[in-house]
Each structure stands twice: as C-alpha cells, then as structure tokens.
Design a protein around this ligand. Structure first.
Ligand SMILES: O=C(CO)[C@@H](O)[C@H](O)[C@H](O)[C@H](O)COP(=O)(O)O
Ligand SMILES: [Zn+2]
Length: 216
C-alpha cells in the first residue's frame, strides 16, 4: 500500500492536516496557501524518519566502501541532484574528506548526445551504465515518481548491482518499486514536494557526515 494511501486510511496520523491535491480551490492568496501547505507537510516529516535514515545508512555504507553516489532527476530535481552532489564532494557542515558523488544531469554533451541518438528516456541509464561499479548507489529524484528516464536508470542500476534510493512524491509512482529505500513525500503539489525533498537531501548530508565522522 502506498504511503499516501496509508495516511488516508489512518487519518489520525495526519493530525488534522489539510493536504489536498493541487491546484487547490483558491481559498487563500498563493503565499498564504503555500505557507499553510508547507507547514502541514513539514508536520508530517517525522513520519518519514525511518526511510530517511535507512537511505542515509545506505549512502554512508556506499562511501565507506569507497563506492560512489550517482544522482538523477529532471527540472527542479536536476538542480537538487547537483546541489546534493556538491555537498558531498565539497562540504556540508563538517571539515572532512571529499565524498564521491556525482549528478548525471550536468554534462550537456552526454545529455544531448544520448537524448538525440537514443531518446531522452535513456539519458541517465546510459551514463549510469558507463560509469557505475557494483556497490555504487543510484539516487533517483522525481516528484511524480513517473519520469521515464529516472525509472529506466533505476531499473538498470539494479541489474548492475547498485543499491537504489528514491525521493518521490504523491503516491511514489512506479519508482517506489524500483528502490531499496524510497522516501515518498505525501503531497500533490510539485513545489511543496521539492521543498520537502531538499530538506530530506540536507538531512542525508548531515546524517552521512555524522556517520562517517563516527569512524575510528
Ligand atoms: O521545478 C519544477 C516545478 O516546480 C519543474 O522544473 C519540474 O521539476 C519539471 O517539470 C520536471 O520535469 C518534473 O519531473 P518529476 O519531478 O515528475 O520527475
Ligand atoms: Zn520547482
């Protein structure tokens, strides 16, 4: 059963939240409605803790084994991939060694070549197949959980012996099935989902830094 369905079946867990499909009936001006929805969504964040922490453990284990994290997503999620990869290779909050992470969204030559010659749904899968080693971790970010290029790459990642992590929204879409751990943000508005995604991404960075710092 999807995370969203579970919450709908157990409305007590929503604690009075009024999370509705978007576009919502225009009850309030955009700023007020967005702030309202954002607050409701972040009240639910603690219920995502198990999946958030499991994903961070997978990533820390990957880096501890000298393997790498590869991130992919479209549009705003492509920006999230790049943002998070930079937190790992650069620095988040602690002074520590650079950590191996790359976004498969940045190389315009690869994206246009693969997109043009093979189709846009292959842009991440083909880069991943060329770059991955068993034991790497593939991270797909998709607010709908429906983007074909992310789904294909996650499917391929599994056949190549990678671990797979998803960051999704709505009901998780088909992406949830392709991931060892998938964090599904139970909202219907892409913008609100993305705001939750970057919060979760930053938590991953902090949790991974703490985990690696705890090493002897
Ligand atoms: O940032 C936004 C909307 O807030 C857009 O750029 C959005 O990311 C794009 O429409 C994406 O193509 C949506 O893909 P996905 O999240 O459903 O995988
Ligand atoms: Zn956006």
């Amino acid at each position: 059963m999807s995370f969203l369905a579970r919450h709908i079946e157990h409305p007590a867990e929503l604690a009075g939240a009024d999370i509705r499909p978007w576009p919502a009936p225009a009850r309030r001006p955009y700023f007020d409605e967005s702030l309202h929805q954002h607050r409701l969504l972040f009240q639910l964040m603690d219920s995502l803790r198990p999946q958030i922490e499991q994903a961070a453990v997978l990533m820390a284990d990957t880096l501890r084994a000298n393997r790498k994290i590869m991130l992919m997503g479209n549009g705003g999620s492509a920006a999230d991939c790049q943002h998070l990869a930079a937190e790992f290779t650069g620095r988040f909050q602690q002074e520590r060694r650079p950590l191996a992470a790359l976004a498969l969204t940045t190389d315009t030559s690869a994206l246009t070549c693969i997109g043009n010659d093979y189709g846009f749904e292959h842009v991440f899968e083909r880069q991943l197949a060329g770059l991955a080693q068993p034991g790497d971790c593939a991270v797909g970010i998709s607010t709908s959980g429906q983007s074909a290029n992310v789904l294909r790459a996650l499917e391929r990642a599994r056949t190549l012996g990678l671990t797979t992590v998803g960051l999704s929204g709505r009901d998780g879409g088909p992406m949830a099935e392709l991931c060892d751990v998938c964090v599904v943000v139970p909202h219907a508005d892409t913008a609100r989902i993305q705001e939750a995604h970057i919060f979760i991404g930053h938590c991953w960075c902090g949790l991974v830094e703490q985990s690696l710092a705890a090493l002897p």
